[in-house]
Design a protein around this ligand. Structure first.
Ligand SMILES: *Cc1c(COP(=O)(O)O)cnc(C)c1O
Length: 428
């Protein structure tokens, strides 16, 4: 599996026979914390964050999108690096505050925010709320008037056809997210007349898992184009353009990593050009990535609990599965089910000798995490690792399905390890 080799040489360099995470052998971690478990390595988070920071012009602020991995330690790590947080529910807002995030570094997007959620965001005085509908504008206006103060908002825009891309396209078609570009003027009329709304800028988020920097750039150009129109209509300066997240990571064969060098080069040219305009003299640029920052930092580790052969096919049955990691089973909205990079973590140097199905313990054929995988000869007790499991893994999985134990979450930092308290553990 070339994907596994690439990941190991990039992020787990000290590995020989077995995977070393943050310099610690995975079997030691499994002994200590039990399986299944997620292991998060702080140094990989740092490596990913720095690579992105270096690729962006200084004018760009980064807000981490909490839904990719809301664990408090992950949030605290990003806060310690100076990032803000992008939240999409009252729960995430509470977690951001509890992790120590100052309200002025929280932005709140997402469709269908309730009155209670909006009220909380207004009361906490966060940096801005992203308007996703006309109803939301009315609600925010109403609540602001009640509390007697203005609320900072940005308008999330569902752009016309030009800006598309990524695995999940979110522009140019009907969408529950944001205001259609065609209705932007109508929305601006309402917002600009409303003395309780303080318009900061615009927000676009068009696609996730984008691996082509040219798609990001065309999205940003489109963002600037819309922002120019808005900036010309408002009395004060346009303060914020939030370009969204969407930075992808290569999971599968034939996928290549984002070209951050080219992105940087072209983004610097674009920003320099736009900064010459009077309209953007006081504008801050934001991005809000999730996946790119956390995916590689997490490994899901499960133990083989049974092995059986059925009609010529060999099944490795693990003690973990899709209830902890829906995305790796291919059931989180993927059109084609492909295997995440996967290995027997205690047999990294053994030759591949068999083709197997790697499955979890749930009573459904959906619970397959590796289809026709080439692996060394496996035995009961071996540790299977699923790489790139730091984003949209635990937080995006049907934990309640079949009522198995929740996985341990382990934090590794320069050879030290500790069990993370999981907010998700059930009480029996
Ligand atoms: C999910 C989400 C993100 C993060 O997307 P990634 O593809 O993980 O970078 C950013 N902004 C909003 C509004 C989102 O819903």
């Amino acid at each position: 599996m070339e994907g596994v080799q690439r990941l190991i040489s990039q992020y787990f360099k000290s590995s020989r026979k077995e995977l070393m995470i943050g310099g610690i052998g995975v079997s030691e971690l499994a002994e200590q914390y039990g399986t299944p478990m997620f292991v998060y390595d702080r140094n990989i988070l740092l490596q990913k964050y720095q690579s992105l920071r270096n690729a962006l012009p200084a004018e760009f602020e980064i807000y981490y999108s909490v839904k990719a991995n809301p664990h408090p330690r992950v949030l605290q790590f990003f806060l310690s690096q100076g990032l803000g947080l992008e939240v999409a529910s009252a729960g995430e807002l509470h977690m951001a505050l509890q992790a120590g995030c100052p309200p002025e570094k929280i932005i709140f997007a997402g469709p269908g925010k309730t009155m209670a959620e909006l009220s909380l965001a207004i009361q906490k005085n966060i940096r801005e709320i992203h308007l996703e509908s006309f109803t939301e504008r009315e609600r925010i206006s109403f609540l602001s008037r009640q509390s007697g103060k203005k609320t900072r908002i940005s308008i999330r825009i569902n752009p016309g056809k030009e800006a598309q891309g990524g695995a999940m396209q979110m522009g140019g078609k009907p969408s529950p997210f944001g205001i259609d570009e065609e209705k932007l003027d109508e929305m601006l009329n309402l917002v600009l007349q409303d003395s309780y709304l303080d318009l900061q800028g615009i927000h676009l988020f068009i696609g996730t898992q984008i691996l082509d920097h040219r798609i990001l750039l065309s999205q940003y150009r489109k963002g600037f184009e819309i922002a120019e129109r808005v900036a010309q209509r408002i009395p004060g300066p346009l303060r914020i353009i939030d370009f969204g997240g969407g930075y992808g990571v290569p999971y599968f064969k034939n996928e290549t990593a984002l070209d951050l060098t080219e992105l940087k080069r072209e983004l610097e040219l674009l920003v320099a050009e736009k900064k010459r305009s009077q309209l953007f003299q006081h504008t801050q640029f934001l991005i809000e990535p999730g996946r790119f920052l956390t995916a590689e930092a997490g490994v899901y580790v499960a133990r083989i609990n049974d092995i059986k052969v059925s009609k010529g096919k060999k099944f490795l049955i693990m003690d973990g599965g899709m209830h902890h990691h829906l995305a790796a089973s291919g059931n989180l909205g993927q059109i084609i089910k492909r295997n995440y990079p996967l290995a027997i973590l205690n047999k990294l140097q053994e030759p591949y000798s068999e083709t197997v199905e790697v499955v979890g313990p749930l009573c459904t054929p959906l619970d397959t995490l590796g289809r026709s995988v080439q692996l060394p000869e496996a035995h009961i007790g071996d540790l299977i690792g699923i790489f790139q499991s730091g984003a949209y893994a635990l937080s995006a999985s049907p934990l309640g399905f079949l009522s198995h134990q929740t996985p341990a979450e382990v934090w590794v930092e320069d050879g030290q390890h500790s069990r993370l308290k999981s907010r998700l553990e059930y009480q029996y």
